[in-house]
Write a protein that binds this ligand. Sequence first.
Ligand code: SF4
Length: 344
Amino acid sequence: MKNSDVMIPRTEPLVHAISWQSELANSVTSLKELLEATENHIGHIDPLLVGKLDFPIKVPRPYLSRIQPGNPHDPLLKQVLPLALENMITPGYLTDPLAEAESHVPPGIIHKYQGRVLLVLTGTCAINCRYCFRRHFPYENHQNSMRQWQQTLDYIRQNHSISEIIYSGGDPLANNDSKLAQLTQSIAQIPHVKRLRIHTRLPVVIPQRVTDSLLEWLTATRLQTSVVLHVNHANELDNAVAHSLQRLRQAQICLLNQSVILKGVNDNSQSLITLSERLFEVGVLPYYLHLMDKVQGAAHFDITTHQAQKIVGEMAAQLPGYLVPKLVKEIPGRESKIPLMPAS
Ligand code: SF4
């Protein structure tokens, strides 16, 4: 069956009561608002990063609603709360930990791996995750207008080894659907491209992003399409998210998840087992578990490779193999991610 034959599940009014664009515009962007909304106060929490932030606060309200009020240790809060530790310069942690600045040919394309290219479709995210490896990324140098996309399309056309396109960002789904539909249509006209992969956190942090128009262009393309979500903790997957993911699944989109292992958020086997089980329950396969990329400002989230291997070893002892994500790390210049074996 072609994607275009797929029936698009209709929207339920409850989920679409507020548009995703309104939710995005209504995000919390100040420390004061974030503390008030989560019923925390400054004295509760480790020294906070106050004043002007290099990497601003952005938390959409649907995500905020899943944070336990008054709990400064909430694993969802920790992912978005700026701490003074971010200002500590830690040796070995870099502003461009994956050396991506060297792989842009032309601007807006990251061509690191054989057979696939990553397109930076926007610098905007729906949420600013404090551990993000692109928190210092110079997005302003990689803003492509539609005219510049011709250059990108030419690059893909001329490279017959490229069979997969990855939409990335920022969050590629922060773009509007007509732009995404138009780009996808142009890419699908290039015969050697077979697959489209979309790396996004938007359907999780603002589930209203799974709109009828998104499903329309996703199902209209001849490209085999997968959506790789980014969920680090089971509490991120509430019923509204489950409903949106179900709509993607009904449209026959393959759903995978990648997580980052983060100190204080999910650095124990029980938390990651619960996450894997919840992901499967909502139709998503756990795919990768990343060691955190060593980005300056996020060292306080990092754990050692051996600790991560032990945690995955404990997961493997308690879960069927298909629910144990592959533990990986990225090393700049290597042709693929480096798999790390579980340890006992
Ligand atoms: S959504 Fe992804 S790209 Fe955006 S800040 Fe979070 S980790 Fe970084």
